[in-house]
Design a protein around this ligand. Structure first.
Ligand SMILES: [Zn+2]
Length: 437
């Protein structure tokens, strides 16, 4: 056996060396934020970090976020993509775990910019336990990254959650778990008229000082904020938030077209769950919705579960926004992946039955996962796979400016990939180097 122990506590030892000495692999007690597998070497009485085993993914095609590669060979080491090549040009490397997905297309893992919770937990809990439960579940559904999305709550509670989330987001990625790579602040600067289930007593008028308190509590990790354009001060707050690196998405709004355009002029770049919690389309006053659908540069989210928006309207949205600006999100809440019953969204109770989450007679988030959103979208619109994949990968990455962490498959990036069949059905998922499905 060849084991070399460099100075310092961490020994890096090749996996093959351990195989020969009956190593006991330890399961980390608290699953959050381990980056390596720890193993005990009985003969030496030490704990060591094992280099992650080399994994090779093969399939019929790879869509890397830009173009197609046939018969791809993606080599993963230490949770990151080490190389990408075609099998036509080389043999499989030795000493590797090979995962083949015959007939499938490999693509970037999904990036959800609007998700509140899953598996019985809400991001507002801001605990490692909550993010761990969510991360494991989301990874099994092809999501590699997400923006932890808050709901409107008492200001103090929101500040507490943001400060907890900031600490958790600073931790390294965990193999096999989707990672929160930023925060989406949904509220408190929303319209009373289109608040949905957001509690009215905690909605606030746009205010730069309040925003700064939220931003600072989150240690600068707010990447996206939903705001209603018609509120007084919305354009000023938009310009200010953008100066701090936050993208503005317009939503929960009864805005006129003129009010919407004023906030677009201030720099807003997206729309939150198009059609939902928005002034309906009117042919004389196009309002926020008519503006969102016709402003070509604007990104626009869609909850494509067949419940929040009828398939015909998904088609209309797709025709309007196209493959460069459409973004699929879940808006999933804590009941996602759980049986029917009563759950929490932020601080209020939501009843879940037959795939619908309701609070006081209004839809309250979804039970959707992004793998299901992809197949629904392809079925509703007939869009081809390479275009459809953009909506959960490249587009959210470009909109949020987080393309260095999510949305494509490239050497040096975290190894977050999905394998999907022709209909977009998920057949494989690898998150931070770990195959989870
Ligand atoms: Zn939401």
């Amino acid at each position: 056996m060849r084991v070399s122990i460099p100075s310092g506590a961490k020994a890096r030892v090749h996996f093959a060396a351990f195989a020969a000495v009956r190593v006991k692999t330890l399961t980390y007690q608290s699953c959050p934020f381990k980056t390596s597998t720890y193993a005990k070497v009985p003969e030496l009485g030490i704990f060591a970090i094992i280099n992650t085993m080399r994994t090779v993914l093969t399939a019929d095609r790879l869509w890397d976020g830009h173009g197609l590669l046939h018969r791809p060979m993606v080599v993963i080491e230490d949770g990151c993509i080490a190389s990408i090549s075609s099998r036509a040009n080389g043999e499989l490397p030795g000493e590797a775990r090979v995962l083949d997905f015959p007939g499938a297309t490999l693509g970037p893992a999904f990036f959800d910019v609007h998700i509140h919770g899953a598996k019985g937990h809400d991001v507002m809990e801001a605990t490692a336990e909550a993010l761990c439960a969510m991360g494991g579940f989301l990874a099994q559904h092809g999501t590699g990254s997400f923006l932890a999305t808050t709901v409107t709550a008492p200001l103090d509670a929101t500040l507490r959650s943001l400060s907890g989330l900031a600490k958790l987001l600073a931790q390294p990625a965990v193999a096999g778990q989707a990672r929160p790579i930023g925060i989406h602040l949904e509220g408190p600067f929303l319209s009373h008229a289109k608040r949905g289930v957001q509690p009215p007593e905690h909605l606030l008028a746009p205010n730069i000082a309040t925003f700064d308190r939220l931003f600072d509590a989150a240690e600068g990790r707010i990447r996206l904020m939903t705001l209603a354009p018609e509120l007084p001060g919305a354009a000023e707050l938009t310009a200010h938030a953008i100066s701090r690196g936050v993208r503005i998405s317009m939503g929960h709004s009864d805005a006129t077209a003129a009010e919407t355009r004023a906030v677009i002029a201030a720099g807003a770049i997206s729309a939150t769950h198009t059609f939902n919690a928005m002034r309906p389309l009117d042919h004389r006053e196009p309002g926020i919705l008519g503006t969102v659908l016709t402003e070509d540069e604007l990104y626009a989210e869609m909850i494509c579960d067949g419940i929040h928006t009828a398939p015909e309207m998904v088609k209309l949205w797709w025709r309007a926004k196209g493959p460069e600006r459409a973004i699929l999100v879940t808006d999933a809440m804590s009941a996602t992946g759980m049986p029917d019953g009563e759950y929490q969204l932020g601080g209020f109770a939501v009843q879940v039955a037959n795939g619908r989450a309701m609070a006081r007679g209004v839809l309250a988030g979804s039970m959707l996962t992004l793998d299901q959103a992809l197949t629904n979208f392809m079925e509703f619109t007939g869009a081809p796979l390479e275009l459809a994949l953009r909506l959960l990968t490249v587009n959210p990455a470009l909109m949020t400016g987080l393309g260095d962490q999510a949305g494509s498959v490239a050497v040096g990036m975290p190894a977050n990939l999905v394998a999907v069949d022709e209909a977009g059905k998920l057949v494989g998922s690898v998150v931070n180097g770990e195959p989870v499905r």
